[in-house]
Unconditional design. Structure first.
Length: 160
């Protein structure tokens, strides 16, 4: 699916059947009714080539995924991926072995990286087969959704 170049895209990444790995999906669902019509909100599994297709042509992308960096569960990390690579090892590969970090670096190498790419990582607690988020991650999901909605409302960092 190719994005219209005039739209900001919010991509929630994850698997809602693997505990806190569903954090990005949960943020996307919270934002669906909160953002203007010209902002696309989509859910992705995190498979790298699908991410490349999802953000192709978009000037501004906000991506949200679970992270495993060793920080306290529920910690919110924010990275400007249009400027720098994501921390190595923080975003584990999806089951497809080509995940978020790999997709970003591939897009950078191919000169297909969106001009504005912000990545929120929510530190997960459990990634076992289970539905539902841990309490700390649930609180972080609400906070990240609020931050993104606020940024989009002011449009100071994300021109549309």
């Amino acid at each position: 699916m190719t994005a219209s170049p005039s739209h900001t895209i919010v991509i929630g990444v994850g698997n809602e059947y693997r505990g806190d790995d569903g954090a990005g999906i949960a943020v996307a669902r919270l934002l669906l009714l909160r953002v203007p019509a010209d902002v696309r909100v989509i859910e992705q599994s995190g498979e790298g080539t699908s991410l490349l297709d999802a953000w192709r042509g978009a000037p501004s992308v906000i991506l949200v995924d679970a992270i495993q960096s060793g920080a306290v569960p529920g910690t919110i990390h924010c990275f400007d991926a249009s400027e720098n690579a994501l921390p190595s090892g923080a975003f584990p590969c999806s089951t497809h072995a080509f995940g978020v970090a790999e997709a970003i670096e591939m897009a950078r190498a191919l000169h297909e990286l969106p001009p504005h790419l912000i990545v929120y990582g929510i530190e997960g607690e459990t990634f076992a087969d289970a539905q539902g988020l841990s309490p700390a991650v649930q609180r972080a999901v609400a906070e990240v959704a609020n931050r993104i909605a606020g940024k989009i409302e002011t449009a100071s960092n994300f021109p549309s």
